[in-house]
Write a protein that binds this ligand. Structure first.
Ligand SMILES: Nc1ncnc2c1ncn2[C@@H]1O[C@H](COP(=O)(O)OP(=O)(O)OP(=O)(O)O)[C@@H](O)[C@H]1O
Ligand SMILES: [Mg+2]
Length: 479
């Protein structure tokens, strides 16, 4: 029977694709639809099996419709949620499951993987059952700033806000006298190095007494702790270490005291573990369990590109979307979205929305790896500098460039680098260990058998393009 079905089925598909290519011009579509009904009739008469034929046609139509239907809007700001949030269904489900169990979580993933988006999306989905409070500590310089930030996030929750104002009564009374209108400024004026912990404890007590269970999501905590620890000159002093310890210990104490009523999630754009390790404070988060967010698989990334193309009228021809995904290597959501943005812009500029596989490389080379692409990826370098500091950074950059140029970073190359560098307060071997921990944790490099390689092809190509030109491989330098 298959011998009969296959040519007919091909014809049906051909007609449907003619209709789709012609944007469903009503007349043409009807004509093709008639043809397709006619063919199904003929087929039914030949094999006399209406159910099979209908099933095949319906399946092909369903598949096509599904592909046509799914649409996705591009990210507007830094993160996405709701209708702009693609897939991650299993991640969201597992994440919520852990929250329901009452766990405190440490959300870990490489840069731009969608950590903030996942937290926002989970908060959106849980908003009826939980009181969700999202606190971004990116700008917090110290613990007082962090408590002020937490307090201001309670403002939209009326019952909690009344109680929060009580905690800051003195500050509000004072502000009234001198007519300070800005609530955030007022809150901050009520906090100092001597009282932030007590006021912070009271906020936790208020939250714990809330009718609904509380989900407290802290983003960019590692950035703040890193700042507390190293200041502007990247030096860990006993005083700074104490400040980081006080904040982390305060958070730990409250997480234990209110377990069951308050769930805390910590995340950030730089890895927390390497920083806490530098501060010898790793134990402060040992009651948080890790939740790891991985890149999309290729199928999910292609489906995302198709959904974006459905929304914005880009017509991927043949396997153009799959080719884009293959070029990226690792399907980091931000890179998938970036690639689509460049393809869409190209199509719009030239007023032709069909995009062919043989155009993929060109967009990759001229846009993704261009100065514009670099601006996005410069973020990576900035964050690296933030964690490693200026003394160690040049060695890290060289190790990355060596990997990008040579394709991998061997044991021999690592040893040669140790001989080429000296540092004031640590040996080159120690510095290199720390660098490797950060590079692995933040997703630049991964260990394959004995050598380190880039996990993402895009980051490798970008690195090679930016730094590769004048690089002499370390083993050729005669060190
Ligand atoms: N689920 C998703 N659906 C669609 N796009 C996504 C998704 N997750 C992430 N993105 C894309 O990646 C970008 C970065 O997302 P997000 O800020 O959540 O990542 P992040 O891991 O928090 O980044 P960083 O490491 O800089 O903190 C978003 O602007 C969006 O373009
Ligand atoms: Mg983030």
């Amino acid at each position: 029977m298959a011998a009969y079905i296959s040519p007919l089925y091909k014809n049906v598909k051909l007609n449907l694709s003619i209709a789709s290519k012609n944007h469903y011009s009503p007349d043409l579509f009807k004509k093709n639809l008639d043809k397709h009904h006619l063919m199904r009739d003929i087929y039914n008469r030949i094999v006399g099996n209406k159910t099979v034929a209908n099933g095949i046609v319906a399946k092909s139509r369903r598949r096509r419709n599904e592909k046509m239907k799914k649409k996705l809007k591009q990210a507007l700001g830094n993160w996405v949620e709701g209708e702009r949030f693609w897939d991650r269904e299993k991640d969201v489900e597992l994440f919520i499951e852990r929250i329901e169990q009452g766990a405190h979580l440490l959300l870990v993933a490489q840069r731009r993987m969608g950590k903030t988006s996942l937290m926002r999306e989970v908060a959106r989905q849980l908003k009826d059952r939980y009181l969700c409070v999202f606190v971004d500590l990116q700008k917090a310089l110290n613990a007082s700033d962090a408590i002020a930030e937490l307090s201001i996030r309670l403002k939209p929750h009326k019952s909690l806000w009344q109680k929060t104002k009580e905690v800051f009564k003195n500050a509000f009374d004072r502000a009234e006298k001198i007519e300070i209108k800005d609530v955030a400024v007022t809150l901050r004026s009520g906090l100092d190095a001597g009282n932030w912990a007590v006021k912070g404890d009271r906020l936790f007590q208020i939250l714990a007494a809330s009718e609904k269970p509380v989900l407290l999501l802290f983003d960019e905590v590692p950035i703040m702790v890193n700042r507390l620890l190293k200041g502007d000159d990247f030096r860990i002093t006993p005083k700074r270490r104490l400040a980081a310890d006080e904040f982390m210990s305060w958070l730990r104490k409250n997480s234990i005291e209110h377990q069951g009523n308050i769930r805390i999630v910590l995340s950030g754009s730089i890895g927390f573990e390497p920083i806490l390790r530098q501060a010898r404070l790793s134990e402060t988060i040992n009651n948080f369990s890790s939740f790891e967010l991985k890149p999309w698989d290729q199928k999910t990334a292609v489906a995302c590109l198709n959904a974006l193309s459905n929304e914005y009228g880009v017509q991927f021809q043949q396997d153009a979307a799959a080719r884009m995904v293959r070029l990226l290597g690792s399907c980091i959501p931000h890179h998938v979205q970036m690639f689509f943005t460049y393809v869409r812009e190209k199509c719009k500029r030239r007023r032709r929305m069909k995009f062919f596989p043989d155009e993929v490389d060109e967009v990759y080379q001229t846009e993704m790896l261009s100065t514009r692409g670099h601006v996005d990826l410069m973020h990576y370098e900035e964050r690296l500098k933030l964690v490693l500091g200026p003394e160690v950074l040049p060695l890290a950059l060289e190790m990355l460039t060596e990997t990008a140029v040579m394709g991998s970073l061997s044991r021999e190359a690592l040893e040669a680098f140790q001989k080429a560098y000296t540092f004031k307060e640590q040996s080159a071997a120690e510095a290199q260990q720390e660098i490797l921990r950060v590079l692995e944790h933040d997703g630049y490099l991964e260990l394959r058998v004995k050598d380190y390689v880039f996990g993402s092809r895009l980051i490798r190509d970008w690195w090679r393009k930016r730094y590769g030109s004048f690089h002499i491989p370390i083993l050729e330098r005669g060190v």
